[in-house]
Design a protein around this ligand. Sequence first.
Ligand code: FE
Length: 198
Amino acid sequence: MNAPAPIDTAGADAAPLHDFVAALGGLVDRADEAAILSEGSRRLADLVSRDGWLPAAYAAPDPSRYQQYLLHRDPANRFSVVSFVWAPGQATPVHDHRVWGMVGVLRGAELVEDFARRDDGRLFRVGSLRTLAAGEVESFSPATGDIHRVANAYDDRVSISIHVYGADIGAVERATYDADGTPKLFISGYAALPALIP
Ligand code: FE
């Protein structure tokens, strides 16, 4: 069996990510969800306020589909950190998460639309389409609504956001939604790279 080729991390110092992961591990040890989201969002804003720590291999777009690179999975699967890389014009379907999450934009910008379900199962949009710009952070929870659609705000450049979830998100069974609100279960997995921080 061949050993996997080493990932080229030249030019990127992952120290800010190591600091973030350590801080988040401490938070999930001692804090409730509200405190994880508020303090975690502050830490995530700090992480995405600077660039230069994400190796190029974890920032590479794919013209066929937006990419989700695993940066770190907590050993107890209590949280995961993912770099989400959008080629120009790419967008997700409407989808849910079923765990808490935080999103911070590292490069470019995202367009976000939030949805909720009516009693009859149909979806309706909550609020208006909004832009999340580089440096901005938002969070969500199943308790307050975790259904959205996200897109690269640009049709001529790559955008990258850092996502944090309250589970090993690549293994969580969750749903995308048709226009009429019909859910379709899926498991996202990750792009085929080892975690940046094992
Ligand atoms: Fe999402």
